[in-house]
Design a protein around this ligand. Structure first.
Ligand code: NI
Length: 139
């Protein structure tokens, strides 16, 4: 089946266009169209996964927090124990005098992983929360 190609023009500030061309060079894209297609597909896949990816998956949740903040360490540990079947491992790094970095590896149903990640990152004092979610079922 022949695919219909839709053409559209986008307007970019000069600086952004220059950075885009640098990115094209860095990533080895053949041209701007190929780069836009690839970036768009990646973003669509990310949004799909965030919105409605179901089935089994693994997730790496990373965040930074201040361990002086009252009860926060204890709350985070309790949240991980509450979902102990989901929580596979936790890496804890003392970044400096005040801050800690934790990466929690989660495995199970992707909706539960997302929900746990949202609960943890929504805790007051938790910063830079980011979940990298990987589906295990074939797409
Ligand atoms: Ni620490």
């Amino acid at each position: 089946m022949e695919k219909t190609i839709e053409r559209f023009t986008i307007s970019l500030e000069e600086e952004l266009a220059r950075q885009f061309d640098d990115l094209i060079h860095l990533r080895g894209y053949k041209n701007r169209s190929e780069a836009v297609r690839d970036l768009l597909r990646k973003e669509l896949a990310t949004v799909k996964l965030e919105q409605d990816g179901s089935g089994e998956g693994v997730g790496a949740l990373s965040y930074v927090y201040d361990h002086h903040q009252r009860e926060l360490s204890r709350r985070l540990t309790r949240m991980q124990h509450d979902e102990h079947d989901l929580t596979q491992a936790t890496l804890h790094i003392h970044l400096d005098h005040d801050r800690c970095l934790e990466t929690v590896v989660l495995r199970g149903a992707m909706d539960r992983i997302r929900s746990q990640a949202q609960s943890i990152t929504a805790e007051s004092g938790v910063q830079y929360g980011h979940l990298h979610l990987i589906p295990l079922d074939g797409e």
